[in-house]
Design a protein around this ligand. Structure first.
Ligand code: ARG
Length: 580
């Protein structure tokens, strides 16, 4: 691991063990970046209480052990300061050696997992016949970034798009399809008019007794998977999925038809799921409904809360499907880890599903199941994001608007129309996606085109521009990044600072994967772009009076920065335009 903070943590831990005994070998040395040195370790302060010794004395002893190893000298300097801080400064030689190593590494210092896992990621999951809304957009974007990062680290990722494609509303939706004709229905659904379609069916269901009767009868034949009903259901779903795919393609997310594993997929096992849970006493009848009561969930009056798995009328619900789903993911897909990228409002449901599945033995101890809670996307009024007319926003229109607006921020005016359109597409989608990814996934944020498309600050377009600018250095210099051989020499403090920043890439990517935190990678890339800007302002690369060796070193730093930016944005799913 080239991350200086990790390297120093390891060193200090070894010194702690040598000084105070093996039981201190995994104490956290509390290493933080510092103004006075590269890093500062604050462990002496906390250890002093445990050791009943003065913190400065403790710090002194750690310092002696850090620097006293003739066999393996400390790669820099250690200084005790103030009440007992350890100031740690890395030698230029160490930094140069590490940075040269990752410059030569096509993965720019990102490792490959030694113990690859099967990771199931449940994301996107829009509902048929309801408008796919910005909330789904966010789970799609966050889930896709997580899928990309785990794949990059060498894990086996199984994407599961848990579409809402089953249930009682499909009775009326299918009857409406018969009323308006297959062709008209398909056209409407493919165009993303699912809401209007649903509403038209709903009005008839509420006002027309004959339609109502037909819709109910259709639910029965649907549950029985009767062939003609299934044919109609497929027509409906295929058209709907074609619309979803338009959104996925425009966004550049990796979901395909192969990843569809909607609620309907579990229809034939729901009865069995209920029977098994009931026979084993994990689910019990309560007022005619079959329920699991996982311990620890109580309502306002202290009454135990149920996860309902069969309603008193015999119907199944969201809880039933999710119990079947988790069993499938563990037993059939052999998941080691399951990520549910779903709205924060469903946290009680998810937590009850996980606990019920643990009770049933369907989610063994060694399998991690996590709800990656997605915060709401708000409008400028602080309420759920809607259009001005108050209707929910049509996603494709929103994405188109992002691209139209993006065309306005493109710098160079010389592009032909095709090129301009390509860039506007990349910048528009980059802006929308980065806005979702740069804040922690569980926080709310305000959807604001002006802010997400700004060319300064922590935005997608700023980072896209930063990498495009590095590419233009190579174009002007007449070399390719792959041709840069260095050697890297760190003369200017800005070169040193940039190198230290680049060395952290591998550990930041791992942190994003471990904690499902794309925003950590986002802010790292933002800091990297800023470190590059400072470097570029202070360290000329292509000017005539730059010596050949300096130029070679700086070009190597440019190439490594570009590789880190490109790889990092790629892991977030943010496109990287050649020029902007
Ligand atoms: N279709 C659901 C919704 O739109 C999300 C499904 C999430 N996945 C799951 N296994 N429950 O709210």
């Amino acid at each position: 691991m080239t991350d200086p903070q990790f390297a120093l943590t390891e060193r200090v831990q070894q010194a702690l063990a040598a000084a105070f005994g093996a039981e201190y070998s995994d104490a956290d040395p509390l290493i933080r970046p510092s103004q006075f040195a590269d890093y500062q370790a604050n462990v002496a302060m906390s250890l002093s209480k445990r050791l009943r010794r003065a913190p400065r004395e403790v710090a002194q002893e750690i310092a002696e052990h850090l620097t006293g190893r003739a066999d393996d000298p400390f790669p820099g300097t250690v200084e005790v300061s103030g009440p007992g801080f350890l100031n740690l400064t890395l030698s230029d030689d160490w930094i140069t050696a590490q940075v040269s190593e990752i410059h030569a590494d096509p993965r720019a210092g990102v490792g490959v997992s030694a113990s690859p896992q099967t990771i199931v990621i449940d994301y996107s999951a829009p509902n048929a016949a309801k408008e796919m809304h910005v909330g789904h957009l966010r789970t799609t974007i966050v889930g896709d970034a997580l899928a990309r990062v785990h794949e990059h680290l060498g894990h086996r990722v199984i994407r599961q798009n848990h579409l809402g494609d089953w249930g009682t509303p499909f009775g009326m939706l299918i009857e409406h399809l018969l009323d308006i004709g297959e062709e008209a229905a398909v056209a409407q659904l493919e165009a993303g008019e699912g809401n209007a379609y649903y509403q038209a069916a709903r009005v008839k269901f509420d006002t027309d007794p004959e339609f109502n009767r037909r819709a109910r009868a259709r639910v029965v034949t649907l549950q029985a998977e009767e062939p003609e009903t299934m044919r109609l259901w497929h027509i409906f779903m295929n058209a709907t999925v074609r619309y979803f795919n338009k959104v996925y393609v425009q966004l550049g997310v990796t979901l395909t038809n192969e990843d569809i594993a909607g609620e309907s997929m579990y229809n034939h096992v729901l009865a069995q799921v209920c029977d098994e849970l009931q026979e084993r006493g994990i689910a019990v009848l309560s007022d005619g409904a079959l329920c699991v009561f996982p311990p620890g969930y109580t309502g306002r009056e202290g009454q135990p809360l149920p996860l309902m798995i069969r309603k008193s009328d015999g119907g199944y619900g969201y809880g039933t499907t999710d119990m079947a789903t988790i069993r499938y993911r563990v037993q059939d897909l052999k998941a080691d880890r399951i990520l549910y990228v779903i709205g924060v409002t469903q946290s009680l449901h998810m937590s009850m599903v996980f606990d019920s599945a643990r009770l049933a033995g369907w989610l063994p101890e060694h399998v991690r199941a996590e709800h990656i809670q997605i915060g709401s996307v708000l409008g400028s009024d602080g309420k759920m994001f809607k259009t001005r007319s108050g209707k929910s926003v049509k996603l494709l229109e929103l994405l188109d608007e992002a691209e139209t607006r993006a065309a306005g921020v493109i710098q160079d005016r010389e592009y032909d129309d095709a090129e301009r359109e390509r860039i506007a597409h990349a910048v528009g989608m980059g802006a929308v996606k980065y806005a979702d990814l740069s804040v922690s996934h569980d926080s709310e944020y305000v959807f604001d085109f002006d802010r997400m498309l700004a060319l300064t600050g922590n935005t997608g377009p700023y980072l896209q521009y930063a990498q495009a600018r590095i590419r233009s250095i190579f174009r002007r210099g007449g070399v390719t990044p792959a041709e840069t051989a260095g050697p890297i020499v760190l003369g200017h403090p800005a070169e040193r600072a940039l190198a230290l920043q680049l060395l952290r890439f591998g550990s930041v990517v791992e942190e994003m994967a471990e904690n499902s935190a794309p925003h950590k990678l986002a802010s790292y890339l933002f800091d990297t772009a800023s470190a590059f800007t400072t470097f570029f302002e202070n360290c000329p690369v292509l000017k005539d009076d730059v010596e050949a060796a300096t130029r070679a070193s700086r070009l190597a730093l440019c190439a490594l920065t570009l590789k880190v930016m490109e790889t990092g944005l790629g892991l977030l799913g943010v496109p990287v335009p050649e020029r902007m």
